[in-house]
Design a binder for this molecule. Structure first.
Ligand code: CA
Length: 230
C-alpha cells in the first residue's frame, strides 16, 4: 500500500510518516502542492492525505486537478479546526473524508483503513472499446462476457484504464502491482504486460496495449494502434 502525504508542517509530516510506516504503509511525503501533482503523475498511490493549506498551490486546487486528470484514488483532507468553508470546498472538489487538526494518529489510521476498504470512491465502471472494468467487483468484461485475468493482470488493466490516453511507465505498474514483492524486478512487468496483451488480443475487445520503448505502455483502441504500430 503506497500512500502520498502532502503536508507542509514538517514536524507533523515526519511524525505521520513514521507512524504510518509502523503500520505497514509505504509513504511518500511532499510539502508542496506542485510536488504532489508531480508525484501523482508518476506514481500510482492507493490513497492521498492532503493538507489544504499549502505554500504554493492550495490543496483544494491540487484536488481539483487530480480529479480533472481522472485520478480516482481516495483523498483524505486535513484542515485547520475551524476552517469549515475550506473543508466544504475540499469535499466539493472531490475529497472523500476530512480530519481537523489537531487529530490523533489512531483516528487518521482508522479513516485511512475505511477509505481503502471502500476502494474506488466513484465506483464507476471504466470503459474502452468493448472492454469494461467494474472496480468494486473487480470484474473485467468484453461486450458483457467475463475475461479471466489473474489479480496482477487485472491490476495492469485497471491502472491503464485509469490513465486514459496516457503512457504508464513500467515503474508505475511495478509499484502498483508488485508492492509487497521482494524478488520482482521491472522485467517481471514486461512479462506480465505481454501476457495481458495476448489475452486482450485474443478477447477481440478492440483494445490493445501499445508499447513505447523505454517509456511505458498505453491502452488504445485497436484502430489507433494499427495506424501507429509500435
Ligand atoms: Ca499547512
Amino acid at each position: 500500500m503506497r500512500l502520498l502525504l502532502v503536508e507542509d508542517d514538517l514536524e507533523l509530516a515526519n511524525g505521520l510518516v513514521h507512524a504510518l510506516a509502523q503500520s505497514g504503509y509505504t509513504v511518500d511525503s511532499v510539502q508542496r502542492g506542485g510536488d504532489a501533482l508531480t508525484a501523482c503523475a508518476t506514481t500510482a498511490y492507493q490513497l492521498v492525505v492532503l493538507d489544504l493549506g499549502l505554500p504554493d498551490i492550495d490543496g483544494v486546487e491540487v484536488l481539483r486537478r487530480l480529479r480533472r486528470d481522472v485520478m480516482t484514488m481516495p483523498v483524505l483532507i486535513l484542515t485547520a479546526r475551524d476552517d469549515v468553508q475550506h473543508r466544504v470546498q475540499g469535499l466539493d472538489a472531490g475529497g472523500d473524508d476530512y480530519l481537523s487538526k489537531p487529530f490523533d494518529v489512531a483516528e487518521l489510521e482508522a479513516r485511512i483503513r475505511a477509505l481503502l476498504r471502500r476502494g474506488d470512491p466513484t465506483g464507476a465502471t471504466l470503459r474502452l472499446g468493448l472492454l469494461a472494468f467494474e472496480p468494486a467487483a473487480r470484474r473485467l468484461t468484453v461486450a458483457g462476457v467475463d475475461l479471466e485475468l489473474t489479480a496482477r493482470e487485472l491490476g495492469v488493466v485497471e491502472l491503464l484504464m485509469r490513465r486514459p490516453g496516457r503512457i504508464v511507465s513500467k515503474k508505475q505498474i511495478f509499484d502498483s502491482v508488485y508492492d509487497d514483492e521482494h524478488d520482482a524486478g521491472l522485467s517481471n512487468v514486461e512479462v506480465l504486460v505481454s501476457r495481458v496483451r495476448r489475452k486482450l488480443a485474443a478477447s477481440r475487445a478492440g483494445v490493445g496495449i501499445r508499447v513505447f520503448r523505454g517509456m511505458g505502455y498505453r491502452l488504445e483502441l485497436a484502430q489507433a494502434r494499427d495506424a501507429n504500430p509500435a
